[in-house]
Design a protein around this ligand. Structure first.
Ligand code: SF4
Ligand code: SF4
Length: 415
């Protein structure tokens, strides 16, 4: 991956206009005051430094060598979910800034200086000890090790017998639909969470091992039910040499339904609302790191040569899960206020449930409240990690949280 330091972000830091749009979803998307927030970190701490705006200011101070207060600095920098909501909102109203990349670069800069809080170090060590080969393998999934489609079950799927069973049954369903599907002989952990925590070197080590395994498998395509695995393979791994394309399982299911290969015939009479996982949505869109020169015309207008792409999160996987849900007989889809690239984090990202449990619970409760306000009966998601996070945060009166795959299996008569 292209080397980067905090100094590379200096022009971006200086162009932050302190407008605070990054704290909210875009103004024209706001439907209520209660669900206007976009950034869980500023929502929980209610102090400017925790927003993308404040993080740019921290970056300016660090680049100038100012004394920011070591312990406070560490706490603020690592209490960011790397969810990317600020990145979308900022680009709607301002120049082509990339607050998400800057937030992660801040974490990388502190790690480089050895400023790593204990909980962050513990979570990093836990993930690295498990390594690239953690999780369910071909034998666990009941799949062969050779096939045209490589099925990667997900970074946290094995943590719950229920999610593991659902994913195994979903893989079997794909096989019955005619996909020549296989899995790796050992488990697979994408390492995306390490990247989002700022441990770029550790992430690259895991990613390179995984890329070699994927390329050696001979598969023409990867399919995964996991949002973080999709984000890693679609957005991060190509820069490290991955050539095999990836689809999320909802994209495969939507295609099979559209072709008439998968027939959903059983009624599932339930009103659901759908949570867009950040790593499947706005962070899931393909991304090419830009290289070029930033220029200022007449000391006023910023421009980039060559043209610099502007990623606003609208190319994530949003339509496929909704198409699958709408194909289920008897099911009704009620949308929440913050959806698609403006979706609100479930609190799962960047190791935050372990690093800052209060922040993780705050985000999850915000999402559960929003789901209840939609008047749905169940909150559905299409990612084992989001499912486990939302379920672990449920309070009395919150909606049950369901895996989209469970609904598909029921509608296909696979219960
Ligand atoms: S929206 Fe962008 S420009 Fe405005 S304060 Fe936030 S980071 Fe700065
Ligand atoms: S990435 Fe998410 S948690 Fe971090 S500053 Fe941006 S919106 Fe807030």
């Amino acid at each position: 991956m292209k080397e980067r330091t905090l100094a590379d972000f200096r022009p971006m830091q200086e162009r932050c206009s302190n407008c605070s749009y990054c704290k909210f979803i875009p103004l024209d998307k706001i439907r209520s005051r209660e669900f206007a927030g976009g950034c869980p970190s500023i929502g929980y701490y209610n102090f400017n430094t925790y927003s993308a705006r404040g993080r740019f200011q921290l970056g300016v101070a660090l680049n100038r060598g100012e004394d920011v207060g070591e312990k406070d600095l560490e706490q603020v920098v690592f209490s960011c979910l790397s969810c990317g909501a600020c990145d979308v909102s900022c680009k709607i109203c301002r120049y082509n800034l990339e607050p998400l990349a800057h937030n992660i670069a801040l974490k990388e800069a502190l790690i480089e200086r050895g400023m790593v809080p204990g909980r962050v170090a513990e979570e990093r060590d836990r993930l690295m000890a498990a390594g690239a080969r953690a999780g369910l393998c071909a034998a666990d999934l009941g799949l062969p090790v050779q096939g045209e489609v490589l099925f990667l079950p997900g970074d946290r799927t094995q943590e719950s017998p229920e999610t593991a069973d659902t994913v195994c049954r979903a893989a079997a369903l794909l096989r019955r639909c005619g996909l020549d599907i296989a899995a790796l002989s050992e488990g697979f952990f994408s390492g995306a969470v390490l990247y989002d925590m700022g441990f770029r070197k550790d992430f690259e080590e895991i990613a390179k091992e995984n890329i070699a395994r994927i390329e050696a498998s001979g598969a023409k395509e990867v399919v995964t039910p996991c949002a973080d695995t999709f984000y890693a393979l679609n957005r991060l791994y190509p820069e490290l040499g991955l050539t095999v394309p990836v689809r999320h399982i909802t994209q495969v299911l939507a295609d099979l339904i559209a072709q008439g290969t998968l027939r959903l015939t059983q009624e599932v009479p339930v009103r659901v609302t759908y949570h867009d996982p950040c790593s499947l949505g706005r962070k899931g869109e393909a991304y090419e790191p830009w290289e070029g020169e930033e220029k200022k015309i007449l000391n006023q207008v910023h421009t980039w040569e060559p043209r610099r792409p502007r990623y606003i999160g609208n190319d994530g996987v949003y339509d496929a899960p909704r198409a699958v849900l709408r194909a289920i007989p008897g099911l009704e889809l009620a949308e929440m206020e913050r959806i698609r690239e403006y979706g609100y984090s479930c609190g799962e990202g960047a190791g935050i449930p372990e690093i800052d449990p209060g922040l993780a619970a705050f985000a999850a409760h915000g999402r559960l409240d929003e789901a209840k306000a939609s008047e749905a009966e169940q909150l559905v998601t299409a990612d084992p990690s989001s499912l486990l996070q939302l379920r672990s945060a449920r309070r009395d009166g919150d909606l049950p949280v369901t895996d989209l795959l469970t609904l598909v299996l029921a509608a296909a008569g696979e219960e």
